[in-house]
Design a protein around this ligand. Structure first.
Ligand code: COA
Length: 162
């Protein structure tokens, strides 16, 4: 059985993340979405909210499980015994950061664990969680750029803040 991990902050999860999740879920027996808890960051959505949002929008994907972790990615990967760590590449600018991380992780992962890169679909290549938050906070439209449940949750968050 091949176990893969797709990790990130997912604050919030976007249609770009969901695209990678759907495509990766077809490649492995089990795909875990690992939501990182970083005590140094003040996210818009709490860890519990981010986990719940991803669970909702991946509910139809039977081999997808959602988990959270903190600390070093490689420790989590080795402890859980993942075979593959999936990353999405949006543009050439992602490449330099990703190759550095992949090469460092190659030293830290248990032997045989691979980093594997999927090219983001072009319609999502400009999306990041930060740009989504910025546009919504200033009243711009993000329809189609995040899953429906995320759209509702993010509008709710900002309407409460006003
Ligand atoms: N579609 C849309 N957006 C995407 C995307 C996609 N396919 N892929 C990435 N993004 C966005 C993310 O939302 C994020 O946006 P933001 O910076 O505006 O929040 C940005 O691109 C960067 O993504 P990513 O590199 O995945 O960062 P992250 O914070 O989501 O997750 C971890 C990074 C968790 C993988 C990484 O920080 C980590 O491994 N941390 C643990 C500590 C560690 O082990 N460090 C040593 C590593 S060698």
């Amino acid at each position: 059985m091949t176990k893969a991990l797709y990790s990130g902050s997912f604050d919030p999860p976007t249609s770009g993340h969901l695209d990678i999740i759907r495509r990766a879920s077809r490649l492995f027996d089990e795909l875990t979405i690992g939501v990182i808890y970083n005590p140094q960051k003040a996210p818009l959505f709490t860890l519990e909210e981010r986990v719940a949002l991803i669970r909702e929008c991946t509910a139809d994907l039977e081999n997808v499980v959602v988990d959270d972790f903190s600390g070093l990615l490689a420790d989590y990967v080795n402890e859980k015994g993942f075979d593959v760590v999936v990353r999405g590449l949006r543009a050439t600018t992602d490449f330099e950061y990703e190759i550095t991380m992949a090469q460092m992780n190659a030293r830290l992962f248990a032997p045989g664990t691979e980093s594997l890169f999927l090219m983001t679909s072009p319609e999502y290549s400009f999306i990041s969680s930060s740009i989504i938050k910025e546009v919504v906070s200033l009243g711009g439209c993000i329809d189609g750029l995040v899953p429906e449940n995320v759209l509702a949750a993010i509008k709710n968050k900002y309407s409460k803040e006003k």
